[in-house]
Ligand binder design. Structure first.
Ligand code: GCV
Length: 669
């Protein structure tokens, strides 16, 4: 086997009560996506149940009368009054399972859901499930480069690009299957840092291979998107400017888009990183982010395209001596004044927190503050700052907290989940995106357990009401089967992993403290005297960034009561205390412990948690495939060493800074 099929690696079920349903599939429509649904059901039946399925075309029209007289089997029924937007209903009655949806995508998602239920051994008798995707857009953002490398990639090379060429191969289809099976409907294949060859992806040069990719994606209801280079008019068109207000620039983009969409008519649109970390953007010309985004939006509008404009804009050449400039404020300060000024086909894509995917950050204050602008949540399942797929770090509990955060932008329906789903402000162009964690490794994600984040992101973006526990269990049962001991141990490891990572790395929301550039392993002062705006401000008396009114004022970018909650030390959630406030080491937390003692204790505990995770994994020997067991074991052994390194460096650093002994007298160096 060249590579695994992760949670779609079907293993034959020795006994399954609902086998008979799968002998016949009745289908009404003959469109491509419904065809895929049929193919997937047949494949599932063959591989899971050892059944050869007969596919029967239903007569047109197929109304209520006809439905009464049907035979046993599975029915894929399109019904304009059925669930819309990719939603579906699965209902069983008298030996007939009906999957009903208004659109073919719904039939596909319903079919994958049905297969998942079989994989998990769930009885289908009397089942009645109605599902509507919560988020209209459910996207993966790949940071893949044309040379085949992946920025922040931890599972091999790109399977989209190699040697400056677009690759379309068997793996493209398997990727589409996995991705669509969890409800993802949009994929950006290239890095947001668009340089050199990647700038040319919008030209005809790569059109043939991109078209082949689109053909595969479309079968699975996935739209292709590209990242673009804001300076393309200069780099490709030879213009002297990329000023969004210059007529020649507008004309260049309009002409280019005509060609791009002629080549790839179903292209969804573009993701843009502008004015960030050295990328070009409208600021160069004294223009706003809205002027930049709207100019592009106008060029793609005739083709139904959208512009997804990232809010990750900040000053990355800060002076560490400057205590007023605050990277956390940056996106808010640039984008808030522009609320309501973006075109309807622009979506602002906002990272979950105001810094950069740390293990703990507050939710970005743009959520809830922006009311008249389409917005999307961006999270990162590539574990750049959370152990780089060498550590287990199941991130779905973090995403649940983010989605559940009350912004107080309205009396009801005010959470991040409400906002990005479009419920709060009736937006249609909105949703969730994740920076992807896949690559050419045989298990797709480097660490086998990291696949739970890919699966989990898709499931959560589709259904934000699912709990992190439910998703972990689903993933585990689909991937490893339903043996209770296996499911218990793996779910426990997953659910312990994010809190453990938080405990043994940087304390109480301060973040960073890791090796510059590669972002792996501890280095407390690695970024402290650098230009990136990521400081902990520790001295011999205390630690933390003062972001209250007397500091950078970032607390005041939140709506009330959150602004006051974060401002006041007594009410500030302790897991974020050092993000918002500079605190003395002797400050007593609610637990009664001093801040310094909390740092020591949590670091010892974090490593103990990893020890427990390791022993849970050891208990799985012989219960899961040997190869997977060994591969994960190796990574877990490393995680244990690396977490101890974190513990020792952090504890020693703060002991040496504060000169306060550990009350428990443990070894600190
Ligand atoms: C793609 C962080 C990462 C960069 C990444 C950037 C972004 O700074 O370290 O590698 O660039 O975020 O989100 O654009």
């Amino acid at each position: 086997m060249k590579y695994s099929m992760a949670w779609l690696s079907y293993r034959r079920l020795p006994f399954y009560e609902g086998k008979e349903y799968f002998r016949k599939i009745y289908v009404q429509e003959e469109d491509e996506i419904t065809g895929t649904a049929v193919y997937e059901l047949c494949r599932g039946a063959r591989e899971l149940l050892g059944i050869k399925t007969v596919v029967i075309k239903l007569p047109e029209p197929f109304g209520q009368d006809e439905r009464g007289k049907t035979e046993e089997g599975i029915y894929l029924l399109s019904d304009s009054k059925g669930p819309v937007g990719g939603g579906y209903r699965i209902a069983e009655e008298n030996g007939r399972i009906r999957i009903t949806a208004a659109e073919p995508e719904g039939l596909l998602y319903g079919s994958f859901d049905l297969i998942r239920l079989v994989q998990r051994g769930v009885s289908l008798r009397g089942i009645d499930r109605l599902k509507h995707p919560d988020n209209p857009l459910r996207m993966l953002n790949h940071w893949d480069n044309m040379d085949g490398s992946i920025e922040r990639g931890y599972s091999g090379n790109s399977f989209f690009f190699r040697n400056d060429r677009v690759q379309v191969e068997e793996r493209t289809e398997d990727y589409a299957r996995l991705t669509a099976s969890v409800g993802i409907n949009g994929v950006v294949i290239n890095n947001v840092n668009v340089t050199e060859k990647a700038t040319r992806l919008i030209t005809g040069e790569y059109a043939d291979s991109l078209k082949r990719m689109v053909k595969i994606f479309s079968k699975y209801g996935i739209r292709l998107y590209l990242s673009l280079n804001f300076a393309a008019p200069m780099e490709l068109g030879g213009l002297e400017t990329a000023d969004p207000e210059a007529e020649e620039v507008k004309a260049w983009w309009q002409e280019q888009m005509k060609e791009t969409f002629r080549n790839i008519p179903s292209l969804g649109g573009f993701l843009v990183k502008a004015d960030s970390e050295g990328r070009p953007g409208p600021f160069t010309y004294g223009r706003t982010q809205a002027q930049g985004a709207n100019m592009l939006a106008e060029a793609v509008r005739p083709y139904g395209g959208i512009i997804i404009w990232r809010c990750f804009v900040y000053n990355c050449t800060q002076d560490w001596r400057d205590r007023k400039t605050d990277r956390a404020r940056s996106a808010y300060d640039y984008f808030m004044p522009l609320d309501g000024k973006f075109e309807e086909n622009v979506i602002l894509q906002i990272k979950n927190g105001p810094m950069d995917f740390q293990v703990r950050e507050p939710v970005s204050s743009l959520f809830g503050s922006l009311k008249n602008t389409n917005q999307m949540l961006e999270v990162q399942i590539a574990q750049e700052y959370t152990g780089q797929q060498r550590h287990v770090c199941y991130l779905i509990p973090q995403f649940k907290e983010i989605l559940g955060f009350h912004t107080y932008c309205r009396k009801e329906e005010d959470t991040v989940a409400d906002i990005v789903s479009g419920r709060s402000f009736s937006h249609k162009n909105c949703g969730m995106a994740a920076v992807a964690n896949t690559g050419s490794d045989a298990n797709w994600t480097g660490h086998d357990l990291a696949a739970a984040n890919w699966f989990g992101f898709g499931r959560l973006a589709f259904d934000t009401s699912l709990s992190a526990e439910e998703i972990a269990r689903e993933w585990c049962e689909c991937t490893f089967g339903t043996d209770k001991a296996v499911v218990y141990a793996i779910c426990k490891i997953l659910l312990m992993s994010w809190p453990a990572y938080e405990k043994y790395t940087s304390p109480l929301g301060i973040g960073w403290m890791l090796t510059p550039n590669n972002h792996y392993g501890p280095n407390v002062d690695g970024y402290e005297y650098d230009r990136w705006g990521t400081y902990h401000r520790a001295d011999h008396l205390g630690i933390g960034v003062e972001r209250g009114k007397t500091g950078t004022g970032f607390t005041q970018t939140y709506l009330e009561p959150n602004a006051s909650l974060y401002e006041e030390i007594e009410t500030c959630p302790e897991e974020l205390l050092l993000f918002f406030h500079y605190m003395p080491y002797t400050y007593r937390l609610k637990s009664g412990k001093t801040l310094i003692q909390h740092i020591y204790d949590s670091h010892f505990e974090g490593v103990e948690d990893v020890e427990e995770m390791v022993s849970l994994w050891e208990g799985l020997k012989g219960k899961i495939p040997e190869e997977v067991f060994e591969r994960v074991m190796l990574r877990m052994d490393h995680q244990l060493d690396n977490s101890a390194e974190w513990r020792d460096q952090i504890n020693s650093y703060f002991y040496r800074k504060s000169f306060i002994m550990d009350e428990k007298g443990r070894k600190i160096y």
